[in-house]
Design a protein. Structure first.
Length: 364
């Protein structure tokens, strides 16, 4: 048997292998209602179970039965009867009933709740759901220094600063909580091999990274919408809600009213990949029906913007603002059949100001 095989075997037969799966079950929203987000409930279970485990008058079998019943019953009865949350919590209780078969499983569940799930909840609550706080001051400095032509730099810098700032914070949190977990495991009077200890530690690291990744994905979806709001606030541009009854799959981050009473929608996109069919649903007739003059797309990545997409959407009164120096802008702006559908990002502020009847010369 190879060394790798020995490790796999040790992990497979270790009672601590369930730490990761217990964490996944507690945080599963679709199947079990993410009961693990309720720190007070978990701590109530942990406290009662730990009290039972400390009772010297009980034998191991009695402790196991009582502790398992506490876990199952508290979770099963944690939500108001007749609600979807109650159904999902009961499903979790039934699933745990099949997984908790001995006292070691009880201990693994308690370690998971106390030292993996709750600390991860607390750590991730300190990581922002958007990256505005990491970007605002630097973004303001960019526009203060470079003026309206700095919008091109701003769109790229916003993402970079937000990603780096949030990743640094995530890193600080996982290092801190990982260090605490090692100390807590060393303080627990329970025999474990090195592989078993590593099984618990990696369960924490794997679950933290999984959930942090979900939060990153959410931040990425909101980031460019945030920068549009920042730009409007910085220049004092007015905005309004989407036109009444306008129904389309197109994702518009900001609407503003023009001096002629028509509206323009601004959509920030890194890429049109997998979204261009949604974008194309807002045809020219639909826009006219709701007095929408144009849809402007601010693109930070234009390599998947094919000529066919550009022409098709351009004919539907959709305009693409591309980086002034991008090859795509250079090509399309010189093409007689596509030049009307593209504009340089450096023109964005002037174009918004002109449509809102503001004095363009007042914008640096």
């Amino acid at each position: 048997m190879t060394f790798a095989d020995e490790i796999k075997r040790a992990v497979y037969y270790s009672p601590w292998r369930n730490c990761y799966w217990f964490a996944r079950m507690l945080m599963n929203t679709d199947q079990y209602g993410a009961v693990g987000k309720r720190d007070a409930l978990l701590m109530s279970i942990v406290s009662q179970v730990e009290t039972i485990l400390e009772q010297t008058a009980l034998n191991e079998e009695e402790k196991f039965k009582i502790c398992r019943d506490i876990i199952i019953n508290k979770i099963s009865n944690s939500s108001k009867r007749g609600t979807k949350a109650a159904v999902l919590a009961n499903d979790l209780a039934l699933a745990l009933d099949t997984e908790i078969n001995r006292i070691d499983d009880v201990i693994a569940f308690i370690i998971t709740a106390r030292y993996i799930v709750i600390p991860t909840n607390e750590a991730l609550s300190r990581v922002p759901s958007n990256d505005v706080e990491f970007c605002y001051e630097t973004a303001k400095q960019i526009l203060d220094s470079l003026g309206k032509k700095g919008v091109v730099r701003l769109l790229g810098t916003w993402d970079t600063l937000g990603v780096k700032g949030c990743l640094n914070l995530e890193r600080n949190e996982i290092v801190g909580e990982f260090t605490k977990l090692i100390a807590n495991l060393n303080a627990i009077s329970c025999e474990r091999t090195e592989i078993e200890t590593n099984t618990i530690l990696t369960a924490f690291a794997q679950e933290f990274e999984r959930r942090a990744g979900q939060k990153r994905k959410s931040r990425a979806g909101n980031s460019l919408e945030d920068v549009t709001t920042f730009i409007f606030n910085y220049y004092g541009f007015g905005s309004h809600q989407k036109p009444d009854h306008f129904q389309t799959d197109i994702e518009v981050d900001k609407w503003f009213k023009c001096t002629d009473g028509w509206s323009i929608g601004i959509s920030c996109k890194r890429t049109l990949r997998e979204r261009w069919k949604q974008v194309s649903s807002a045809d020219s007739n639909a826009l006219s029906r709701y007095k929408i003059k144009e849809i402007w797309h601010l693109m930070t990545y234009d390599r998947d913007l094919s000529d066919d997409k550009l022409v098709m959407l351009g004919q539907q009164r959709q305009v693409f603002y591309l980086s002034d120096s991008s090859d795509k802008y250079m090509q399309t702006s010189a093409h007689p059949g596509m030049k009307d559908y593209v504009r340089p990002l450096s023109r964005l502020i002037d174009d918004i100001a002109a449509e809102q009847g503001k004095n363009i010369s007042s914008f640096r």
